[in-house]
Design a binder for this molecule. Structure first.
Ligand code: IMP
Ligand code: MG
Length: 185
């Protein structure tokens, strides 16, 4: 285990099994429908890469870059779009993929942006869901793991841009969290 990680919350094997399960479910739900999978940069790329390899569908892959500003631990609701879609999604079925649904500000803003293009349908898939932290009325259509409100890293997710490459979901050590976030509750 990485020396700055306190404990493994979800193993690589658990991630792989659950992603495969979601892939089977999404494949069944979209049978016969061409799909555009939109991965929200940067945190969702590992989940999106794993998920699409379990989708037995005619699909296109696109990306939206989104960053939300706020204090370090919680987004503010001001979501900055840093990269827009390359392809057209008008009249296409769109599945937005993000790493984690926390306050919900990010996914809500990206949904609003995509809806402007009038897709045939719009659904959301997240690897992790922290419902206790929600600030907006939003639920994911597909969620891999529902977790307690702890800060997690790995499988694409970062703390100050580190740990995205960890193959498991870990909880950083308290001294690491304190160093980045300070001692605020
Ligand atoms: P929201 O806008 O509060 O729902 O935040 C979503 C974004 O915040 C995610 O796409 C992540 O980039 C980031 N985020 C939220 N919770 C965590 C976490 O526990 N670890 C790492 N990043 C997180
Ligand atoms: Mg993100």
């Amino acid at each position: 285990m990485h020396p700055e990680i306190d404990r493994v919350l979800i193993t690589a094997e658990q991630l792989a099994a659950r992603t495969a399960e979601l892939g089977r479910q999404i494949t069944a739900d979209y049978a016969g429908k061409p799909l555009t999978v939109v991965s929200i940069l940067r945190g969702s790329i590992i989940f999106a890469a794993d998920l699409i390899r379990h989708l037995d569908l005619d699909l296109e892959l696109d990306f939206i870059g989104a960053a939300s500003y706020g204090d370090d631990t919680e987004s503010s609701g001001h979501v900055d779009i840093r990269k827009h879609l390359d392809g057209k999604v008008h009249d296409r079925h769109v599945l937005l993929v993000d790493d984690i649904l926390d306050t919900g500000y990010t996914l809500q803003a990206v949904c609003e942006l995509v809806r402007i293009s009038r897709p045939a349908s719009l659904k959301t898939a997240v690897a992790f869901d922290k419902p206790a932290r929600r600030k907006v009325d939003l639920a994911a259509d597909y969620a891999g793991f529902t977790i307690d409100p702890v800060f997690i890293v790995g499988y694409g997710m970062d703390l100050a841009q580190k740990y995205r490459n960890l193959p498991y979901i870990g909880v950083p050590k308290k001294e690491v969290l304190d160093r980045i976030f300070g001692n605020r509750p």
